[in-house]
Design a protein around this ligand. Structure first.
Ligand code: TXD
Length: 308
């Protein structure tokens, strides 16, 4: 019996999610969107291409929530994306009302699903989903740190002309300009990058990571990054579906961890069949702690604007 993956939002990221989830045979895929015909048309096109990749997953599109019944995983991209000049926070008001609607739809139709929220502003959206749905914290997680860490991995690999496979990186905190790339924990095959790249250049790579989302938005002009976010969320979905015990930076509900009580913020966690199985508390230097607290203050300010 194949697993079932529901994608709430059939736009740029939703389309890549559907294609990759189906073609990798992670499970049968149903794409939901409010635009009539959009999810159905995209799904039909992908399904017709399946013989060329030899994938037997079923792919379908829907405009009603009943279609997501029984989903094992739900990945949410519903909402507006940034345009040039916009911050992720500018999306709060619009995407908040969308997220409330989505949370009710998922709560009522897929009550046992593991939910990965992607919509921005991420830390506020995943908090909203949790509050409205009432799902347990291990089954509601935000996709952000894994993308930010992946972007930094790419920048380090390009800088040193080494394989991306051998680079690890860790970015914690809120998903925005105040994110906290933990340079001390970035390595190439276990070698701390401080032994391989100058401090000045590392600072430049860190700044590029913080602005990486905006860099793509400025180039695209009509929307934001969509392939790397989709691939990041699929790593999380696969870790859950195949009980892989992967360690990623994700937006998790902290209830005491890192001295945080009752907020979603990017921290390292172990992801497997139990969803967010546990949060790993890594040591932070005083400087890193200051940056983390500043990021946390930004998340608190954002969440304070939410009225559920
Ligand atoms: O790292 C991260 N978390 C971010 C997240 C990385 C990149 C993009 N980030 C955010 O994801 C972005 O700022 C947006 O808030 C979401 C989705 O980005 P995407 O690029 O996929 O946006 P699109 O292409 O506009 O798709 C959004 C879809 C679109 O088809 C709408 O019709 C649909 O959402 N939509 C809805 N679906 C279901 N229910 C409702 N109410 C709804 N409203 C709009």
């Amino acid at each position: 019996m194949r697993k079932k993956i529901a994608l709430i939002g059939g736009g740029n990221i939703g389309g890549v999610l559907a294609e990759q989830a189906a073609y990798r045979e992670l499970g049968d895929v149903v794409m939901f969107d409010v635009v009539e015909g959009l999810p159905q048309g995209k799904a039909l096109d992908m399904a017709e291409g399946a013989p060329l990749v030899g994938a037997d997953s079923k792919i379908s599109g829907a405009n009603d929530y009943e279609a997501i019944a029984g989903s094992d995983v739900v990945i949410i991209t519903a909402g507006l994306a940034r345009k040039p000049g916009m911050s992720r926070d500018d999306l709060l008001k619009t995407n908040l009302s969308i997220m409330k609607q989505v949370a009710e739809g998922v709560r009522d139709n897929a009550p046992d699903a593991f939910v990965i929220v992607i919509s921005n502003p991420l830390d506020a959206m995943v908090y909203t989903f949790k509050e409205v749905s009432g799902f347990p914290k291990n089954r509601v997680v935000g996709m952000a740190g894994i993308l930010d860490s992946t972007r930094l991995r790419s920048f380090i690999a390009w800088e040193l002309d080494v394989s991306v496979k051998d680079v690890t990186a860790l970015v914690l905190g809120g998903h925005g300009d105040t994110m906290v790339p933990l340079v001390r924990y970035c390595t190439v095959a276990g070698v701390p990058i401080g032994q391989l790249i100058s401090a000045e250049r590392i600072d430049e790579l860190v700044e590029r990571t913080k602005g990486a989302g905006g860099e793509v938005v400025a180039l695209l002009k009509t929307g934001s990054a969509f392939v790397s976010p989709a691939l990041s969320a699929l790593e999380m979905a696969e870790a859950y579906l195949r009980d892989k015990k992967r360690v990623f930076a994700c937006a998790c509900l902290c209830e005491g961890e890192y001295g945080v009580d009752g907020l979603y913020v990017g921290v390292p966690c172990v992801m497997g069949a139990g969803g967010v199985e546990r949060i790993l508390e890594v040591e932070l230097s005083s400087d890193e702690r200051k940056l983390f607290d500043a990021s946390l203050d930004h998340v608190k300010e954002l969440v304070s604007q939410i009225k559920i």
